[in-house]
Design a binder for this molecule. Sequence first.
Ligand code: GDP
Ligand code: MG
Length: 163
Amino acid sequence: ARPVVAIVGRPNVGKSTLFNRLAGKRIAIVEDKPGVTRDRIYAEAEWLNKYFTLIDTGGIEPDTEDIILSQMRRQAQIAIDTADVILFVVDGIEGLTSTDREVANMLRKSKKKVLLVCNKIDTPMTPDTIYEFYELGLGDPIAISASQGLGIGDLLDAVIELF
Ligand code: GDP
Ligand code: MG
């Protein structure tokens, strides 16, 4: 079977934008407000002749703060249960949040292969703010801009290296 790569992260960090970019087509729905991804979405993806199944675990994302954390835990658990590689997406503009820390703890304990993906780095110069994500203990953040298409090749290289 093809390896499964799951995308997890807080609402609005750019999971669906990244999913569409990696899938090479617009499948997931991207909106300016959280709460618009209708369901878990799957796509087949390929990089350098390696094929894998991609999952956007976004689901129906809540916009009430108190529900976000429980929903995030559920999404992370789905990824832990089904994925070979997890892309944990954080927001390089908003910076590190307590929800990021909670989810990172779950992912770290799972012993799954996790890549820490710092999205919304829209210029070639990586800002110093990216360094705060090192404290999550998930290795070097991989800087990307899902909307601008920056850093995607390096990310995919790192993904297929883990298969
Ligand atoms: P999701 O809720 O995690 O699936 O996030 P979406 O993919 O729906 O994106 C949420 C918002 O972030 C949308 O307004 C996107 O256009 C925006 N976004 C996604 N990727 C980037 C990026 O690389 N840079 C910037 N500046 N905005 C982005
Ligand atoms: Mg989404």
